[in-house]
Design a protein around this ligand. Structure first.
Ligand code: IMP
Ligand code: MG
Length: 180
């Protein structure tokens, strides 16, 4: 039992910590193989990808650089459709390959906007993306993740970095929130 107070608000657990880590072993190997011999910068979208970034990158065995971007786009259960970049300076990725990390791909608005910003404003050689979760929903923007650890139905999930109004991020697993 992790936290009775937080667990009381969950309908079910979707992926426990061991399941997540085993899958990240596989994704980490895939990324290590794909970027072998290439200059790689991982850009992690905060706060949602904090746990994912840390556990995944321990499993990537090639040299890389990390930049964390603080972005907000979502409030409560519904995407606001507006992406706020809270950061002014970004890492120099000229001549480097960029891999974006995010907790979840839902409407696609967040990844689409960030990917376009990097492609327009930098001289990155490539921009790919990797998400912990991909929701099986129709995307508002045409984008798919190049790597996804798990696919999920259209349910609102929390834990392992994912929040509902900034709560539940520290749960070590992914669960479905009860209908509030
Ligand atoms: P998108 O822009 O609609 O693809 O949504 C991506 C962002 O919305 C993610 O980075 C999350 O912060 C948030 N989000 C989308 N679905 C969920 C969910 O089920 N639980 C928690 N956050 C979510
Ligand atoms: Mg969020």
């Amino acid at each position: 039992m992790f936290s009775a107070v937080m667990e009381a608000n969950l309908q079910k657990i979707l992926f426990n910590e061991q399941t997540i880590l085993s899958r990240l072993d596989e994704v980490g190997s895939q990324i290590s193989a794909e970027y072998e011999g290439k200059e790689l910068t991982v850009i992690a979208i905060m706060n949602g990808s904090v746990m994912f970034m840390s556990d995944l990158l321990k499993r990537v065995t090639i040299p890389l650089q990390i930049d964390c971007w603080s972005i907000s786009s979502y409030h409560g259960h519904k995407s606001t459709g507006v992406i706020n970049f809270r950061q002014h300076e970004i890492a120099d990725v000229s001549g480097r390959h960029v891999l974006l990390l995010d907790d979840i791909l839902d409407s696609g608005l967040t990844l689409y906007t960030i990917k376009n910003k990097i492609m327009k404003e930098t001289k990155a050689l490539s921009v790919k993306s990797c998400v912990l979760l991909s929701k099986k929903v129709e995307r508002v923007k045409e984008i798919e993740a190049d790597y996804k650890a798990f696919e999920i139905e259209n349910e609102f999930v929390v834990g392992y970095g994912l929040d509902y109004k900034e709560h539940y991020r520290n749960l070590p697993y992914v669960g479905v929130l009860k209908n509030l």
